[in-house]
Design a protein around this ligand. Structure first.
Ligand code: ADP
Ligand code: MG
Length: 816
């Protein structure tokens, strides 16, 4: 694409060649004025240059050829003088008029008609141009950008600033205070490096001044700064103010050379994420060119009805304002619009997915009331109301004639297993097969034992749901003849319930008639794995279970394609786990409690955030602490160690050892988190508790308090930082997983809840899944559109359909 100056040059050049016949632009040079002016303004060419050119071009048709020649020369002269005096941001990469004068004849055809023939199709295609073919992007820049995941022109438009420096709200150095996070402008007064720590590190120190005072800056190992920011360089530095020997200092600030235009062209300046091979200034210049040239051409895929009902900015405007905002207010609007787009597309995709799944047919599994009543009467307890509701919902799904697609969400210990068992019973009642998939062998084994117990029990009045030999466990440990037999029996239909790990989705596993798929701790599985298991049957019903409480706003967004059952009630008689936050110096008290509990025959977990210490030795780690605990603290006890670097078999062995009482204490990283049941464990000690999210801490806590004995959860943060302790104290106040999840979402964002369900989420650049307001609006609009036009086949939805396909292209194939 040509910049406005390049275009102008071409027009003038053509005119010269054609003896000033006013034919360079179809209909005359004056016809080019409106769009040229618009582009020139977008490009921020100097105002006086623009008005000069506009005036000259407008009078051009009325002039004699001789006058026209004069006119062309005047314009050239004006451009050149402008170039000499000011240097607009884009000028550096612009060819000067002299350079581009030699326009070839072969290029003529496109010249006169350049802007008007750019059809939507053309622009859409151009936006997919690979970066290295975009003008102004060098090979090295393209490579560096590709490392950041930016491969096309469109990616570049959506490569948003990490933050903005608002130069209108700068603080002078003499007004800075300890703790401020600021951007300061100044001139480098001195910069030097010296070796510290026996020559292991280079300390770079600089002093900048802005006339009101001086500020000291320091970095480690950034030796090249000394040359890059020599004395006299105008810089902007951003960072947090610290104190050293009674003086303010900025440690490891971001620093950048600035020039006058930067301050004048936009007071709010974008700061982009960088890699080593990119520099902020040239990247910003590239973005500026790209945005000014392309953002106005991007067609808006949002139907006008959506845009107007929510008063959303036009897409092109939103894009340019998100990069180079005119004001904070417009920036907010731009970000809102772009965030809305993302959630809206996500929602629309989710609705479409659900729609396509629901349009399939599934077998009906009806059971008589008496059957259900008998099964319930057989249980040693009465179901909670939440469990009853879940059973009813599943029962209704199974007779609906459409595949069930249900997420059963219930806190640890809420009793999901029995609900799943009843669902299994309803399907096997008709002789069909069921698969249950769990993320680890130990969990699969646990399900195998629990489900076998529930499903095979009988008394004088009722038959068991299944016979023991109809239930089989398949993990990677099951090999040889045993495996062969299981696979064979499965294929012939004599095995009705197969429980296992991802071994279930492997090729040789074939069902005779798979009709229900149950997946536990679903966030541990990728969408592809779930789909693979589902494909082993013919539109089987699907029940996924999770113990991770997910805030409602998020559940609707992420799992909008699943029907949601929340079990928000615990079976009666559970003792809440007594939770304490301990000061790091009170560790010995925790050890005493562990000793005391073990003396009563109980067991304990100790969790650490790290497997091994990092170089600085700052954080407690499993490997180091295991040795210390075993040698110095608990020499009299047997301690097991568990972490993610162990092989799966080793992990299972340690876990089984702990379950079977071989170890008194299990030290572990967070790998322990997922639903393992050791009712004899009564203490959960979590070191470095500040490094975990509340939802995750809650999962750890759920490992204890599973028996009838009183249990304890002890949280020790790395330091007694007040804020952390306040955050952790929420754990003391509530046992409600949803409350904690909600807090987590506010404090730490949605990362913890997404797990492997990434489809579409990698596309979220602007949206914050904690923003319930946007989520609600986007859902409403998506639903409206979907109701009107589920296939998006109306003409006003063509662009939207395209965009939707693009948005989901990475993550499609999920059919659950
Ligand atoms: P989770 O939801 O974590 O999978 P489980 O299904 O493992 O929970 O149930 C935890 C324990 O609670 C099990 O020992 C189970 O027998 C018991 N349980 C389930 N439902 C009830 C109930 N309604 N009343 C009493 N105990 C129950
Ligand atoms: Mg469970």
């Amino acid at each position: 694409m040509l910049s406005p100056l390049e275009k102008l040059n071409k027009f003038l050049e053509l005119e010269r060649e054609q003896n000033y016949e006013n034919r360079a632009v179809v209909g005359g040079l004056d016809k080019a004025v409106p769009y040229w002016e618009k582009e020139a303004r977008a490009f921020q060419l100097p105002d006086d240059l623009i008005s000069f050119v506009v005036e000259k071009l407008q009078e051009y048709p009325r002039l004699t050829p001789e006058q026209r020649r004069e006119c062309v020369h005047q314009i050239y002269a004006q451009i050149e003088s402008c170039n000499a005096s000011t240097k607009p941001m884009v000028a550096e990469t612009e060819p000067t008029p002299a350079q581009s004068r030699g326009v070839k004849l072969s290029e003529r055809a496109s010249i006169a008609t350049d802007a008007p023939v750019e059809t939507e199709q053309h622009i859409l295609r151009t936006l997919q141009t690979p970066l290295h073919r975009v003008s102004g992007v060098g090979k090295k820049t393209a490579e560096a950008l590709e490392k950041l995941g930016i491969n096309t022109l469109q990616d570049l438009l959506y490569f948003f600033p990490r933050r903005y420096d608002d130069y209108s709200r700068l603080k002078p150095i003499n007004k800075l205070k300890y703790g401020d996070e600021v951007t300061v402008l100044g001139v480098v007064q001195a910069i030097a490096s010296r070796q510290v720590r026996d020559g292991k590190l280079q300390l770079i120190e600089a002093i900048i001044t802005d006339g009101t005072g001086t500020l000291r800056l320091s970095w480690f190992n950034k030796l090249w700064y000394v040359n890059r920011f020599p004395k006299g360089t105008q810089v902007a530095v951003s960072g947090k103010l610290d104190m050293y020997l009674g003086k303010l200092i900025m440690k490891d600030p971001e620093i950048e050379e600035i020039d006058r235009e930067q301050l004048h062209t936009s007071r709010i300046v974008p700061v982009y994420p960088l890699t080593a091979d990119l520099n902020q200034k040239s990247l910003r210049r590239l973005m500026y060119r790209t945005i000014m040239q392309w953002a106005p051409k991007v067609s808006d895929f949002l139907p006008a009805s959506v845009r107007s009902s929510l008063k959303l900015l036009e897409l092109g405007v939103a894009l340019s304002q998100a990069h180079f905002p005119d004001s904070q207010d417009v920036l907010d609007q731009a970000r809102w619009r772009l965030a809305f787009d993302e959630i809206f597309l996500l929602q629309l995709g989710v609705l479409r997915q659900k729609h396509s799944w629901k349009s399939l047919q599934a077998r009906v599994f009806d059971v008589p009331d008496t059957w259900l009543e008998q099964k319930l009467a057989q249980l040693p307890y009465e179901l909670t109301n939440a469990q009853k509701r879940a059973v009813q919902e599943i029962r209704a799904d199974l007779v609906s004639g459409k595949p069930m697609d249900r997420l059963l969400q219930g806190d640890v210990g809420s009793g999901k297993t029995i609900v799943a068992a009843l669902a299994i019973g309803m399907v096997t009642y008709h002789g069909a097969q069921v698969a249950v998939m769990a993320p680890t062998s130990i969990l699969a084994e646990q399900h195998y034992r629990n489900l076998s117990r529930v499903l095979t029990q009988s008394d004088e009045s009722t038959l068991p749901i299944l016979q023991p030999e109809q239930i089989r466990l398949l993990t990677s440990d099951v090999r040889g003849a045993e495996r062969e037999k299981i696979l064979n029996d499965l294929q012939h239909g004599s095995v009705k319930l197969l429980i296992g790990t991802h071994a279930l989705i492997e090729d040789p596993v074939q069902f005779q008639d798979l009709q229900l798929v149950v997946i536990d701790e679903q966030h541990r599985f990728g969408v592809a794995q779930r789909a693979a298991l589902r494909q082993k049957g013919n539109n089987p019903h699907l029940l996924v279970m999770t113990a991770t409480p997910i805030p409602r706003s998020l559940a609707l967004t992420i799992y909008g394609d699943l029907d949601l059952t929340v079990m928000d009630e615990m079976p009666p008689g559970r003792q809440p786990v007594e939770t304490h936050v301990l000061h790091p110096l009170e560790r010995e008290r925790a050890y005493q409690l562990i000793r005391h509990e073990i003396s009563k025959g109980h067991q304990a977990y100790i969790i650490y955030p790290m497997v091994e210490q990092n170089e600085n030795g700052e954080h407690l780690s499993v490997v180091q602490e295991y040795t210390r605990l075993q040698q110095e603290i608990f020499p009299e006890f047997r301690i097991g160690m568990m972490h993610g670097k162990l092989k799966p078999e080793e992990k299972d062995e340690v876990m089984a050892g702990f379950r079977d009482g071989k170890y008194h204490i299990l030290v572990s990283t967070s790998v322990i988190e997922v639903g393992v049941d050791v009712p004899n464990a009564t203490v959960m000690l979590i070191e470095g508790a500040n490094r975990f999210g509340l939802a995750q801490l809650h999962q750890f806590r759920g490992r204890v308090g599973r028996g009838s004995e009183k249990s304890y959860c002890l949280l020790i943060p790395e330091s007694d930082d007040a804020l952390e302790n306040e955050r952790l104290s929420v754990m003391v106040e509530t046992n409600d997983g949803f409350v904690l999840a909600e807090k987590d979402l506010q404090q730490r964002g949605p990362g913890e809840f997404l797990g492997t369900r990434q489809a579409g989420f990698s596309e979220l650049k602007m949206a914050n899944l904690t923003d319930v307001h946007i989520i609600e609006k986007a859902r409403q609009q998506a639903q409206l559109i979907f109701q009107q036009d589920p296939e998006l086949s109306l003409p006003e939805h063509t662009l939207l359909a395209k965009k939707l396909g693009e948005f989901w292209r990475n993550g499609r194939g999920d059919i659950s």
